[in-house]
Design a protein around this ligand. Sequence first.
Ligand code: NAD
Length: 302
Amino acid sequence: MTTIGFIGLGHMGGPMAKNLRAAGHEVRGFDLSPAALDAARAAGIDVVASAAEAVMGARVVITMLPAGRHVIDLYRGTDSDPGILGAASPDTLFIDSSTIAVDEARHAHELAVGAGHRSLDAPVSGGVVGAENGTLAFMVGGDERDFAQAVPLLETMGRRVVHCGGPGLGQAAKVCNNMLLAVSQIAVAEAFVLGERLGLSHQTLFDVASNATGQCWALSTNCPVPGPVPTSPANRDYQPGFAGALMSKDLGLAEQAIDLVGVDARMGRLAREMYLAYANGEGTDRDFSGIIQTIRAHSTSA
Ligand code: NAD
């Protein structure tokens, strides 16, 4: 049994903390939202009055927050508040599972180590359903020894736990994967709209491409047209799944990384542009595969 401070009990953090509690760990949870605290309390989590209180006496601290600035601010605190790094016992293991920029993750790691702690970046994929079912995939960056300590806890919340390398490389794996996914989802959508215009049925294109070199997850699992894959979001009017707003956020982080290291990633940048427009318009809370409707709407008739 490990005493865990868990900060950020939202859509993802709430069920993750619940799974840790169900596995017998002592979980001291905190969130700024009263509704999140109520749900956590109902799940048996020991809800406390502040982030500092959540980390006091904890061996491991897990954060699941909206963005990098929340993590850094919480770690560092302010002039009058020592932050959670200052409130925790020496040599606490900090695991940040929020999706944040690679350079922010490295900064968070430096802050934690500078304060006498250990730290891992451990972003996830698998969404709310994965968080609820304990089937998330964790991509972890940080020291091998710290990773080994974290694995049993991460396996309580997830099905796959991969050590990607040193600090920040968990986030690096996440942005690279999501950029690849975004580009392939757009390409699959364009192929279906082109096929429609050429008179090809959805099922025929699916049968050909999913057994040929066009095969990919965006086609064979997240097929953007209704019919060929009955479980894909297209069959439920693009209810997520993975919302366009979240894809847009992750591509913003990918673009930050592209700029950081100067890669000629034109497809990634274009995907960012398309998903930003989608998220600010019709795709805010629709699955990212629904971008096919935007592509169809923007296509001129010959
Ligand atoms: P969410 O908005 O539901 O939850 C975040 C929670 O953090 C909120 O309850 C908020 O009140 C709390 N919070 C913010 N600042 C705080 C602070 N200083 N102290 C305490 N609590 C604070 O978001 P979510 O969907 O749970 O996502 C969390 C992270 O996981 C994000 O970084 C997101 O990109 C990532 N993620 C989300 C999904 C998904 O499908 N939702 C999938 C993969 C990764």
